[in-house]
Design a protein around this ligand. Sequence first.
Ligand code: HPA
Length: 279
Amino acid sequence: MGQEKIYRCYESIRERIPFRPKLALVLGSGLGDYADTVQVEGVIPYEEITDFPRSTVEGHKGQFVFAHIRQVPVVMMQGRVHYYEGYPMEDVVLPVRLMHLMGAGTLFLTNAAGGVNHQFQAGDLMMITDQISCFVPSPLIGANDDRLGPRFPDMSRIYDPDLQQVIRQAGEALGISLKEGVYLQLTGPAYESPAEVRMVRTLGADAVGMSTACEAVAANHMGMRILGISFISNLACGMTDRPLSHQEVQEAADAAAPRFRSLVTEVIGRIGKMTAAQD
Ligand code: HPA
């Protein structure tokens, strides 16, 4: 048995895709309006795709947006699908697989996350260097679809070292200081208890969130080159006196959006130049 659903999704939109994207960009909280800042060349709402899972979270729109960003053909996911919404893990990673079928060889993941590292502050941007998937089922469980990738994929370099270097250079060029660290995915939707935050830190993570790692596993399986940046919207529970709210996370993400947007654009431009040199 293969992942027939993805191929059905792809067939239902194949003729509406305006160009072959090279890079897939997942817009996390805080980058939701990034698509409003680019010259949009095509939009495919998720609801118009046969069998596509739908996002139910406030602040997450659901559509693929196509645009050239600094000359790089990009497909963006405006609104991701979360495991905590109740979808099977296979559906959670379906959009990422679909973007790969459209042609994207590189996956740029973004998210909002809680800072766990004591050196972090709310408002920081963290380049993801590695990840931990914790209590989240693997999207690769079940019969392997050999068309997508191997049964036992290597995971020793999920986040491409060359692309990490591009992010560092882009940050330097823009004068944006970047943290680096390990992202850990829990299921959510509840934020962590202080004891869980201690556990997460003990496990070796610097930031915690409810997405991303599963998408990176699926993309790594397909041989995509992956890069990721977390926006540290808050320090994780128990690290400050205040309780945490989704509104606080959203407001902090909105406030940092201009900085995050310019970094993302700069990184994409540099990836474009790098791959043009390789073509
Ligand atoms: N925990 C989990 N997910 C999050 C957080 C957090 O503190 N902030 C933003 N997403």
